[in-house]
Design a protein around this ligand. Sequence first.
Ligand code: ASP
Length: 594
Amino acid sequence: MLKTHNCGELRLSNVNEEVTLAGWVNRRRDQGGLVFIDLRDRWGITQATINAQTAPEAHAAASSVGREYVIQVKGIVRARPEGMVNPDLDTGEIELEVTAIKVLNAAKTTPFEVTGDAKVDEALRLKYRYLDIRRQRMQRNIVLRGRVTKFIRDYLYERGFIEIETPILFKTTPEGARDYLVPSRVHPGKFYALPQSPQQLKQLLMVAGYERYFQIARCFRDEDQRGDRQPEFTQLDLEMSFVEREDVMTLIEGLMTALVEQVSDRELVTKPFARITHKEALEKYGTDKPDLRYGLEMVDISDIAGKSGFQVFLDNVAAGKWVRAIRISGCGNYSRKQLTDLEDLARTAGAKGLAWMALEPGENGQVRSPIAKFFTVEQLAALMDRMGAVPGDLVLISSDTPAIVAATLDTIRREFGERLGLADPKKIAFCWVTDFPLFEWNADEQRWDPSHHLFTSPMVEDIPLLDSNPGSVRGQQYDLACNGYEVAGGSIRIHDRSLQEKIFGLIGLDMEDARERFGHMLEAFEYGTPPHGGIAPGIDRLTMLLAGEPNIREVIAFPKSQNAADLMAGAPSEADAKQLEELHIITTVEASAE
Ligand code: ASP
């Protein structure tokens, strides 16, 4: 080794030892006869002191090194003089009195500072990702991620699971996104699909009798990018045989609890995890991934609004639409401008507007609102009572179709969670969401789409409804939400060929197509398939929450940009003509079009 110790390791107990350290120059301070170098490696920082009198050669060398140079220093560990101790550094009680320095590699001036945590343009960070993730905060995140996956592996091995790899070059495994295709050279005109998840393969492992499988699996989905999406991402993919919903949920709840408590410094605020049905989640929070670090629940006021003189409410209630409201504590003094801004925010969620009522501060608070005049005094009092409003509160009201009201008040709720400091990143609030409808109606295509995926089993008692009323069938699905994100989704699967074929039919797959794409699954179900179920928590999102980061790119060593490009290596890139020819591919894009 080119070092005897690391830069975070030396203490007073090492005083007078001769050691060799190697790392990056974090900072250099030149005080004439004395040069101080903060030497950094993965484990920490050690101050190296170079004295012109006692080590003239080393001093000369030290004078010419710059930030991020890679150097090796040899020296004696000394206690720092009194008053020079640095309590912010683990190694702050000692310093290294340097006898020799060797420059292992010089460094150009970096495009942004590696020391500290200055805000840097993201495109630049991604182009020089190796410098970006050299920074301390990013190193902490990447190290945390490794600890998360190791913890998961240990936890699951202790409970009889085994890790099995499944192929990346495979066949379409739909999870609701587009596939990434890989052309085959040896089978002209044919393509592999990269799995959107190992869903089929893990089920086939259950058919094969492995009973408890997991994998830290890469998944590939070609979908439009959003803040918390990447074209490839990592899941803890897991499947168990002979289980019911509760078994999978109990296992995962135990794992997540231990993960938060033992691997992170976050506080778990829902213990045991909250549980809510899909219907309840939409009614209370307007979303199937509610943030339960705070309340701000939606309240149904349609009975009161439906008796007011306000025509919009009257029409909407008569048409079976929703009138729901959220009470925001202490914001009753909002200005016209602030309220207009909120209305603009509501519009981004599809709302036509946002009504408001402010209960003026003071004992006999008056209701200030452009629509107050449409309500009687009693109605206003009933409404404020329903909302639990006290003087100084603001009530925000949305009325439209359930979907629009839900989206609007979800947006408003998240906004105030942030604005009022209720969405505390130190807190972790898990919530199970169950009883999802098995299907969602796809109005564009005029067919039912699976709300989870093709292989989710209906609730046994709802199976008779598959023919008569598919929209009312609930799936044996469970999602895990955390701090407003979906962090896992899973279900008990269909393990019966005829039921699986029936579901294929209901979602409009013709039988020939279904057999071409999933014939191997249907066939497998005829060779002794155990009842089974599983789940797949997203490692990126989970680590992001445990690290308190705002997006998953902060916890991925080499992520893609918002438009799915690798800015460092320049991927995707053009293939040369010979490669395309071997792959039997002709592109319709001019080579220079980019
Ligand atoms: N394959 C599913 C997904 O990726 C998870 C599961 O059902 O286990 O969401």
